[in-house]
Design a protein. Structure first.
Length: 84
């Protein structure tokens, strides 16, 4: 699992509120996004999202992790754009 891809997928799921919409914006399959988030949860040994067939909610750990991931991804993007 590429941690960057997994963090990006997780953040996009939270931003869009949907695995399907996240997959569309990332131009990958829904299965890929689901697997990345599951692998991330397994690696961290915490549940980040509570899922039902109709609803998606962040857990307390997921909310804390999301805040840090968003900052980290923004910093990475800033570092890359500062070089061009």
């Amino acid at each position: 699992m590429d941690r960057f891809d997994a963090m990006q997928a997780f953040a996009r799921v939270v931003d869009t509120g949907s695995f399907t919409k996240a997959a569309e914006t990332l131009h990958v399959s829904r299965t890929s996004v689901t697997q990345l988030v599951q692998q991330l949860e397994a690696r961290l040994r915490v549940r980040l999202l509570n899922r039902t067939t109709r609803k998606l909610n962040l857990t307390a750990d997921g909310a804390a992790y999301y805040e840090r991931v968003v900052r980290l991804l923004a910093e990475l993007d800033d570092a890359e754009t500062s070089l061009s």
